[in-house]
Design a protein. Structure first.
Length: 993
């Protein structure tokens, strides 16, 4: 059982006040935190419109995070290796969910998806005809000027919303796959010796010698160079994504064939129209031999170009002449298809087979695809120079060919960048071009350095090749440099700064912490834009690029980045400076806000548990107002407890946030006197009577919110101390500010009886009512339930446990004292207000000459006497510290003089209505005020300067007693004494001694 030591009511909330003053109060000076009407107005504004787009994926992801974290939350059996494997499993499950969603969406929108993909291919096909051919001279002249200018139309957003959703999920699936790759690459399993594993792998290779197999050189290169391995893995990832998400090669081929205007049989038969034109010219000229380079000029059918006179593959370049328009389209189309196959990572033997099927086997040979034994290498390794000469020949073709897709094909094979950039249309394409170029350039340098006899300097000097490593700068930092350059690349600026590409880029460049920091700043910028002040997001002093704000408008991207942040934080421990760490939590809080707006309340505690302890309370304390249903509140509390969230801290934060938006804490506005009386003439009253309508029973929305916040304590098992601390704090606050309506509602909703019966049952297995006057008599050790008993031993016998429990139960009773006394004070004020109403009714009835029914007023008087009794004995004197003692003194001074004077007025009026004998209550009241045992009563009158007023009131009551005695002298012999022996005869001037 948790200890229930006496806790200061003031200090009970100080820790949260301190946190608020440091981390939140200064951040929200203008915050209109009216949590009584707490709606989505305090959320990230752009996310409001996105909340409806949140689907079941948030629940699926939460389930996976829960199974990843919760079983090991309180377990000592978890270890780093197990955590690592669970993390990889989590990432795979995220990808599996994305893949399943992609499959479902493809089924739902298959026709639309195929249509959009066909449109994209069609735009590229149309660009084939519109893009002019380049001469060799033009290629050389425009090489540098156009390196960032792709001639291929960029991708266009699909018209269909379903296809847009499909694209989102395809990108997400690729992102989770990328995350797995990055984790396995840069974050090896704990305990694994990476260098030892590398040495072991290298030892498996044969010792290098002059005739080391080419493929072994490639494999050794990948093992030795981590950056090369990274490039290889990312290239494969890009190929896989393209193959899964783009049009398949068959569809592209069919569209190319359809656009050619020829049948399938003729489309794959080479340059038919050019061949026919040459034959025609030979017939007309009666030549029976090849025309050759020096042969006659042949005009194209449209009379715009000179045609080649030979049909060799290199004729257009060698003769600097053209093909017939249809054959020119055919040539471009074939190269486009070849490029698309290379871009998708199609195995070289499949490319070769595809070319052979179209009688274009020479293209496969020229691409090195005939060298099948090295199929898993990224480049052709044929020849004694490990493919060095072949790559240089490809580089020459990449820079000198007349068709852009032909240039791109040989650019990919040689590691050139500029020629491939000409046909790139997406961020993925540009990344692929740069990484391919870097990898092959690095490999070429590796062969030159490690195997100089295989790739001699004479060859490398004679035949140039693009040095991508030098172009990009530091090889070790090339991944980051590439991502930076992509953001500057014309044509894909929007893609590069889209949320999903920012995430992917940060993973590749190992800058995810920087991305998270910028997103957090952007969320703050959005949350505090246009005079709006957020309740959940911590403001940032700095600013960032506006494109990061897109995360506030994209729930899918926010979900992805949130879960990546959780994974990195939990498994690998991201390091931030203290202020940065606070800001980065904006991401998780933003996601929580999204869940709140989507009414996924049950998921919120899981994610709040991933925040720092202070931020948990700060966040959840602002979420609780949205949960109004009692059963939902109970469930929310259980979930917070499940994830080890301090529920009391959260509820206290809820309360403090509301209090901060009121002036209740301003001592200058605390009442000095609660006015209940007005001057009154006549024998019924001692110069004063209770004022009509003095009690303002209204409850403002913010007061209602305060009371609502306190209801949450009833859902927390045990925590009796903090429950009474919070309730006492609230009731003091209402009374110090004269808000009796709010105080009454609090007392009616959360009585000492209700709280004690509920809490003690959970603590001790039996319910005890602390509100009973003789409650201590009922709190006996033998009444405690068996639930309280723990395992007994020689030092902790059942009797000892019972004794401890009894002691603790009495302590709990003492904890409730101040709250109970404040309740009694509030109820007394309410009864005095009711008295004035009944008093007016009696007076009016008597004046009308009707019979007076005294039953109701007698009952009210008895209740008033009963409630007033505790107020007259050691009342509000048990503060827990100096601050509370001072507050209780203020309350006694503000209320007790007025209440006692009002009570005396009630006694006199009731005595006049019913019987002179009740005047003895006034005698008792005077005695109690004068008693040394109740100095707090006299002190209240002295300190407020009202002692003379009290003396006058008692004197007036004495006169009234005498007057009543004279009127009722005939009956006084029949009057009985009170139960204490008191009598009014001492006031009878006609009684003889």
């Amino acid at each position: 059982m948790a200890p229930l030591g006496r806790r200061s009511q003031s200090s009970g909330l100080k820790s949260l006040r301190n946190y608020q003053s440091v981390d939140t109060a200064s951040h929200h000076p203008e915050s209109p935190l009216l949590l009584a009407s707490h709606t989505s107005e305090d959320a990230l504004q752009p996310l409001k419109t996105m909340a409806d787009r949140v689907g079941k994926e948030v629940e699926k992801f939460a389930e996976r995070v829960d199974s990843w974290r919760y079983p090991y939350l309180n377990s000592g059996n978890d270890n780093d290796k197990a955590k690592y494997q669970r993390t990889l499993s989590l990432v795979r499950r995220f990808k599996d969910h994305a893949d399943a969603t992609v499959r479902a969406l493809k089924k739902q929108s298959d026709a639309d998806n195929r249509g959009e993909l066909a449109k994209d291919v069609q735009r590229r096909i149309e660009s084939l005809a519109s893009t002019p051919r380049r001469s060799i001279e033009e290629a050389d002249q425009t090489r540098n000027q156009t390196r960032d200018q792709s001639t291929i139309p960029p991708i266009v957003e699909p018209d269909s919303s379903k296809v847009q959703e499909l694209r989102q999920w395809q990108s997400e699936a690729a992102t989770w796959d990328l995350l797995r790759i990055i984790i396995e690459l840069y974050h090896p399993e704990p305990g694994q010796d990476v260098e030892a594993a590398r040495k072991k792998r290298l030892a498996e290779f044969n010792k290098t010698y002059r005739y080391t197999p080419e493929i072994e050189i490639w494999d050794r290169f990948i093992v030795e160079d981590d950056q090369a391995k990274e490039k290889l893995l990312i290239l494969k990832w890009l190929e896989k994504a393209a193959d899964s998400n783009e049009s398949d090669i068959q569809s592209i081929t069919e569209q190319l064939e359809a656009d050619s205007g020829k049948g399938m049989s003729t489309w794959s038969s080479g340059w038919l129209d050019t061949k026919a034109k040459i034959k025609q010219e030979k017939r007309l000229g009666q030549w029976d031999h090849a025309l050759g380079d020096d042969g006659p000029s042949i005009q194209s059918s449209d009379q715009t170009n000179l045609l080649v006179t030979e049909l060799d593959p290199d004729s257009p370049s060698r003769q600097r002449k053209n093909l017939e328009k249809s054959d020119d389209y055919y040539e471009r189309a074939i190269w486009m298809a070849c490029y698309e196959m290379l871009r998708r990572g199609t195995p070289w033997k499949d490319i070769c087979e595809w070319c052979k099927e179209r009688n274009e086997g020479w293209r496969g040979v020229s691409m090195g695809t005939s060298y099948e034994s090295q199929d898993h290498a990224r480049t052709c390794l044929a020849g004694p120079d490990v493919g060095g000469l072949w790559r240089r020949m490809c580089f020459g073709l990449a820079r000198g060919s007349r068709y852009r897709y032909e240039c791109a094909v040989y650019g990919l094979l040689s590691g050139d960048l500029f020629s491939v950039e000409q046909v790139c249309r997406t961020w993925d394409d540009h990344l692929y071009a740069r990484y391919n170029s870097l990898l092959l350039s690095r490999f070429d340098a590796y062969v030159q350095n490690e195997y100089p006899q295989r790739l001699p300097s004479t060859l490398t000097r004679k035949f140039a090749i693009f040095d991508a490593v030098s172009f990009h700068g530091d090889w070790g930092n090339s991944n980051r440099r590439v991502i930076e350059l992509l953001q500057e690349t014309k044509g894909i600026e929007a893609q590069s700064t889209s949320p999903i590409k920012l995430i992917q880029g940060s993973l590749i460049s190992k800058t995810f912490p920087n991305l998270a920091y910028n997103i957090a700043i952007a969320l703050s910028m959005v949350a505090y834009a246009q005079g709006f002040t957020s309740k959940l997001i911590v403001p940032a002093e700095e600013a960032t690029e506006r494109y990061y704000e897109a995360f506030a408008k994209d729930p899918h991207a926010l979900r992805i980045v949130t879960h990546i942040l959780l994974i990195f934080n939990e498994t690998f421990g991201l390091e931030f400076a203290e202020r940065q760490a606070v800001l980065v939590e904006n991401i998780i809080v933003g996601y929580i806000d999204l869940l709140r707006m989507a009414r996924k309340m049950d998921l919120i505690p899981l994610y709040a548990a991933q925040l720092s302890i202070k931020r948990r309370a700060h966040c959840l304390g602002r979420v609780l107002p949205d949960i109004r249903n009692v059963s939902e509140q109970k469930q929310f509390v259980k979930l917070m407890e499940r994830y080890n969230i301090d529920v009391v801290d959260v509820i206290s934060e809820y309360y403090l946030v509301i209090i901060a938006e009121t002036s209740f804490a301003d001592e200058e506005k605390h009442i000095r006197k609660y006015e209940m009386l007005e001057p009154a003439q006549g024998d019924l009253w001692p110069g004063q009577r209770i004022k009509e309508g003095f009690l303002d029973g209204t409850v403002t929305p913010i007061e209602q919110a305060l009371i609502q916040s306190l209801h949450w304590y009833m859902h927390v098992d045990k925590q009796m101390t903090m429950t009474f601390v919070a309730l006492t704090e609230a009731l003091k606050t209402f009374l110090l500010n004269g808000r009796i309506g709010a105080a009454l509602q609090l007392c009616q909703n959360l009585t000492v009886e209700t709280i004690s019966l509920s809490k003690t049952a959970k603590y001790f297995g039996k319910s005890f009512d602390f509100s009973q006057h003789d409650a201590e008599k009922n709190i006996q050790p033998h009444l405690l339930g068996d639930r309280f008993l723990g395992r007994s031993n020689e030092e902790n016998t059942p009797e000892m446990q019972m004794y401890k429990a009894h002691t603790q139960l009495l302590r709990c009773k003492e904890e409730s004292r101040t709250y109970q006394e404040l309740q009694q004070l509030t109820i007394a004020i309410s009864l005095l207000s009711q008295w004035r109403e009944q008093e007016d009714i009696l007076i009016e009835t008597k004046e009308d000459g009707d019979n007076v029914d005294k039953k109701e007023i007698k009952g009210l008087f008895n209740k008033t006497v009963e409630v007033m009794e505790p107020l007259l004995h050691d009342f509000l004197t048990h503060g827990n510290d100096e601050d509370e003692c001072s507050q209780l003194t203020k309350l006694r001074n503000a209320y007790l003089p007025e209440i006692i004077l009002a009570y005396n007025s009630v006694i006199q009026a009731f005595s006049c209505f019913v019987s002179r004998e009740f005047m003895t209550k006034s005698m008792d009241l005077a005695t109690l005020v004068a008693s040394e045992e109740n100095t707090e009563l006299a002190d209240a009158f002295v300190q407020t300067g009202r002692m003379r007023e009290l003396v006058v009131a008692f004197a007036e009551t004495s006169k009234a007693m005498i007057a009543l005695g004279q009127k009722d002298g005939k009956l006084r012999s029949k009057k009985k004494r009170g139960w204490k022996g008191e009598t009014t005869k001492i006031w009878d001037v006609n009684v003889r001694n």
